[in-house]
Design a protein around this ligand. Structure first.
Ligand code: PEP
Ligand code: MN
Length: 364
């Protein structure tokens, strides 16, 4: 049973519940915008009775979902997730998040941050801990990569999104990153989901490539049930019989999730298709399908990328994609989210080189 209360009554609601109901059999409380969601697994429990009698409840929803906190009924207007600074995902504006697959060096990250920003990204991505199929592939720079990434983001005025691979490094990653990414291979690592739920950072949750939409939402529920409402879902392709693309980007899932959940959903066309010439068409399709944003692999020198080189976009392709996405959004009465001005200290590197098309994110 889901009880919807006002967020301003949070202390009173928690007091009522905690005074009477011993955890862990009690209620799960999660604040989503101006709402306080209280889920009581067994509707007839003491917690339910206590709440019913409190006068603090605005609405009661029967359990009709196995991921009730993520259900659209819990927040019908949709939720907005703040990534860091002014960057948000889930509003009317469409958020571009871009960067290399992996953090390789300070120079590469500084150039990538410039590139991301110049193309209109509101956040910088990059992996310091890489989940590689082969143990012999580049595994990422680890803690040093986190520091490099944080500095590149700070210099460009962009919040940073980076993957966390295991519960043991959640606190370390949260120290350096604005957003914690849970990758497709960890999408049902329930210990990790609980840990990122407690980390006090927004979470970008990839869909497991073998997960149904329902399982994906249940994974998100783990994070919300730990008290963290700031989850951005990311469709990145599922495993099918089709080898022409690296995975099969399931854009139908975007429409389903927008219908079933209040959480924002973005699309990662890069990992979905695996080949750079296919990234743009799927990015446009994602925008048309109603996604809230994109996660795109870009690289200042794709041929030299240490990870996923085939799918990384160079400057020209990235600007072209961003401009075309903007055009699709215009047709839908939407626009690109605009990144914030750079901090007064300015970027760590010199001006970006190469052709400089019109900055995609600033034209609206
Ligand atoms: C990534 O975004 O770098 C990544 C590893 O993605 P996924 O978990 O979707 O494979
Ligand atoms: Mn990758």
């Amino acid at each position: 049973m889901l009880f919807i209360c006002r967020a301003v009554d949070e202390d009173a609601v928690r007091e009522r519940i905690h005074a009477r109901v011993p955890t862990p059999h009690g209620a799960v409380v999660c604040r989503v915008g101006d709402r306080l969601l209280v889920h009581v697994p067994d509707g007839r429990s003491v917690a339910a009775e206590v709440l019913h009698d409190s006068g603090l409840v605005q609405q009661v929803l029967d359990d009709h979902s196995d991921a009730p906190l993520t259900d659209r009924a819990a927040a019908p207007l949709g939720s907005l997730v703040r990534l860091g600074g002014q960057a948000t995902v889930g509003g009317v504006d469409f958020a571009l998040i871009a960067g290399p697959c992996a953090v390789e060096s300070a120079e590469q990250m500084a150039a990538s941050a410039r590139l991301a920003k110049d193309g209109g990204a509101v956040a910088l991505r990059g992996g310091a801990y890489k989940p590689r199929s082969s143990v012999y592939s580049f595994q990422g720079l680890g803690e040093e990569g986190l520091r490099i990434m944080a500095e590149a983001g700070r210099a460009a005025g962009l919040p940073v999104v980076t993957e966390v691979l295991d519960p043991a490094t959640v606190d370390l990653v949260a120290e350096h990153a604005d957003v914690l990414q849970v990758g497709t291979r960890n999408a049902q690592n329930f210990s990790l989901l609980k840990a990122v739920g407690r980390a006090g950072r927004p979470v970008l949750l990839k869909r497991g490539f073998g997960c149904t939409v329902g399982e994906w939402l249940q994974a998100a529920e783990y994070v919300l049930a730990a008290g963290n409402p700031d989850v951005v879902l990311c469709e990145r392709g599922i495993r099918t019989f089709e080898p022409a693309t690296r995975f099969t980007l399931d854009l139908g899932a975007v429409a389903v999730v927008k219908h079933r959940s209040h959480l924002p959903v973005i699309v990662d066309p890069s990992h979905g298709v695996g080949h750079r010439h296919l990234v743009k068409p799927m990015a446009l399709a994602a925008a048309a399908a109603g996604a809230d944003g994109l996660l795109v692999d870009i690289h200042p020198d794709p041929a030299a990328a240490l990870c996923d080189a085939d799918q990384a976009l160079d400057r020209e392709r990235w600007f072209d994609l961003a401009g075309a996405v903007r055009d699709v959004l215009t047709g839908l009465g939407r626009g690109l989210a605009i990144s914030q001005p750079e901090p007064a200290t300015g970027p760590a590197t010199g001006p970006a080189t190469g052709p400089a098309p019109e900055p995609a994110g600033r034209a609206r």
